[in-house]
Design a protein around this ligand. Sequence first.
Ligand code: NAI
Length: 338
Amino acid sequence: RSIKSLATSPSSHILRRGYASEAVPQRKVTVLGAAGGIGQPLSLLMKLNPLVSNLALYDIANTPGVAADISHINTRSEVVGYASDAELGKALEGADVVIIPAGVPRKPGMTRDDLFNINAGIVKGLCEAIARHCPKALINMISNPVNSTVPIAAEVFKKAGPYDPKRLFGVTTLDVVRAKTFYAGKAMVPVAEVNVPVVGGHAGITILPLFSQATPKANLSDEEITALTKRTQDGGTEVVEAKAGKGSATLSMAYAGAIFADACLKGLNGVPDVIECSFVQSTVTDLPFFASKVRLGKNGVEEVLGLGPLSDYEKEGLEKLKPELKSSIEKGIKFATQ
Ligand code: NAI
């Protein structure tokens, strides 16, 4: 059953006219897994984003309630909920950006890799539908292990037809969000001004924050940098343990996912110099996928930016992460091609 919100109040008509005259393009965003721990707050944040004109919320459970609830918010986008497999095509049709937080989260003692067996299958099925219904959409992959789910998606798209690597993104923004927060606290600088690139992958030691490039500059000791690096790498586990069996990061992830989707929409709309870190197909290292700074544009990835100068500690971290990241990528490819 689809739930449609009809904008009937005078204020929403004014809002729509306002946007039409400013020529903000129509943009449809689809969230797959919209009723989950991440999906719900992420859908809320996308409903608050004025760049979105249509918000499609899809989940295999509990979608009608979430969609009805969010649809009452008096912002620009029209919200439609899609509640079953049969409606997945309609949810995806015409989407400009598809955000995927569908899957199971970690429990204490689990690594992101432990999620592989369940989430790999979910992601594969959803990407097959994306290839059929909205092959031109930008895909924001949140489902873990991102180091493997992004290669799975790539293989599915290759099999389905022309694969455009510029349109596939692993969302690593939460690593950047954490690195910024932790750095600001340690360096005693205003968090809103902080920038820290995070490269590599999205699990444990594959997450490599480049604090040597952090701004504003601060004189942190080697011990402090090591501690900040470890805390960023283990940020997910910190939350999993604090939630004690009730899931993993959802609220901070929703925030991070909303930031990344917003960057994709800005790129699509032609805003210049939109740069975010993301796990994408890459030639920055010898690995086929790698997270680094990416310039976003009208076709998705406009440019994959290089690593810049690394400290000795970061160079060491880069060499250490490569074998693990390589094996996670290969695991994804193997799953999808079997
Ligand atoms: P959750 O269990 O609360 O929600 C997952 C949702 O996906 C549920 O509503 C479920 O019904 C739905 N779902 C399952 N199979 C589906 C399918 N085939 N189609 C559509 N929806 C489906 O889990 P939570 O906490 O929201 O986490 C979701 C994923 O995000 C997990 O894989 C988790 O590991 C990952 N994650 C990624 C992060 C990142 O930084 N990229 C950070 C935190 C979590």
